[in-house]
Design a protein around this ligand. Structure first.
Ligand code: ATP
Ligand code: MG
Length: 318
């Protein structure tokens, strides 16, 4: 009998209510969230500020308890030592012993993560190279820039070569080059069969590397799935450029389109479907002297999707 492989991360109907302040005001941080992450996936947990991303990650790391529902890592409760030993974690606001040098700090992280003494120095050097921190390896972290500290945070999460990497806003503080390097590191982890779960509010980073995303807004999961499926076939409009257009043909063509813009002898037509593009092509074949010179489909981007959902949920909560 064949059985499906156990998901690396499994969250079922998870809710979390915080009680805050003197009046113990109830804050619903998560409501009925379910998701699974398979081995070898890059999963992006996407949402605006205050959506509940850190709360879910804290539950997965066993740092806080859910109010209801269950979370499992490698099929075990998050606090289970065997589950913990197989994962690396970058918290949202990591604490650094800043009197240590980069090398000492990573050495400590390796030791705490159970890396064999004989392997530790090699692992540390490997991470310093990977995160391009070699030049600062023996400098105390006290004077490090935000981006350098973020690199150290990522390095300590990876130093024990864990099977699962959980990163809360890993791209915060990184410049565009740092983000590109980070994406390369994450894709390389996946190529080596590792599983990556990270939170972000930056759409473009998710769009580029994630196999699947979960979109969380105001504590609710509004969508989980492959990006291509979430945005599937969402061609919002198609722009067709026709050259050689005169007054008479312009009128005929405009009847087919939703919007038009004339510039010299070129007419830019905006249509909604491929059938309308076909009609424009047919007209241009029938009428002499005009030619279709460009067809550009405008797909719905993740940003459009995100904005539409945020608007529906009434904005962010903070
Ligand atoms: N310890 C806490 N006590 C009370 N309320 C909390 C606590 N932690 C988080 N919250 C509230 O729960 C909600 C979700 O917060 P969370 O930190 O999980 O969001 P987030 O998606 O990580 O946001 P950000 O993008 O700003 O990091 C927010 O309304 C927040 O104010
Ligand atoms: Mg957060």
């Amino acid at each position: 009998m064949s059985s499906l492989p156990e998901p690396v991360v499994s969250v079922t109907r998870l809710s979390k209510v915080y009680h805050s302040g003197f009046r113990m005001k109830r804050i619903r941080a998560l409501e009925d969230i379910s998701l699974e992450v398979e081995k070898g996936e890059i999963f992006g947990f996407l949402g605006p500020n205050g959506a509940g991303k850190t709360t879910l990650i804290k539950i997965l790391m066993g740092l806080t308890e859910p109010t209801s529902g269950t979370a499992q890592v490698f099929g075990r409760p998050p606090r289970d030592a065997k589950a913990k030993a197989r994962l690396g974690f970058l918290p949202e606001s990591p604490y650094f012993y800043d009197h240590l040098t980069a090398r000492e700090f990573l050495g400590l992280a390796a030791k705490l993560s159970g890396v064999q003494k004989s392997e530790a120095a090699g692992r540390v050097t490997g991470q310093l190279r990977l995160l391009r921190m070699e030049n600062a390896a023996d400098v105390q972290m006290r004077g490090f820039s935000r981006g350098m500290l973020q690199r150290m945070g990522i390095a300590q999460a990876l130093v024990a070569d864990p099977e699962l990497v959980v990163l809360d806003e890993p791209m915060g503080g990184l410049d565009p080059i740092g983000r590109k390097e980070f994406r390369d590191i994450i894709v390389d982890l996946r190529d080596r069969g590792k599983t990556v779960f990270f939170s972000t509010h930056i759409l473009s980073d998710v769009e580029m590397i994630c196999d699947r995303v979960g979109i969380v807004i105001a504590g609710r999961m509004v969508e989980v799935g492959r990006l291509r499926e979430i945005l599937t076939g969402d061609v919002e409009s198609i722009e067709v450029t026709v050259r050689g257009v005169t007054g008479k043909t312009q009128k005929i063509l405009e009847r087919v389109s939703q919007h038009s813009l004339k510039s010299g002898d070129e007419l830019l037509l905006t249509v909604r479907s491929e059938e309308e593009v076909d009609r424009i092509m047919a007209i241009s074949r029938e009428v002499g002297g005009i030619r279709v010179v460009g067809i550009v489909p405008h797909r719905r981007t993740l940003e459009d999707f995100f904005m539409a959902h945020v608007a529906k949920a009434g904005g962010t909560r903070d």
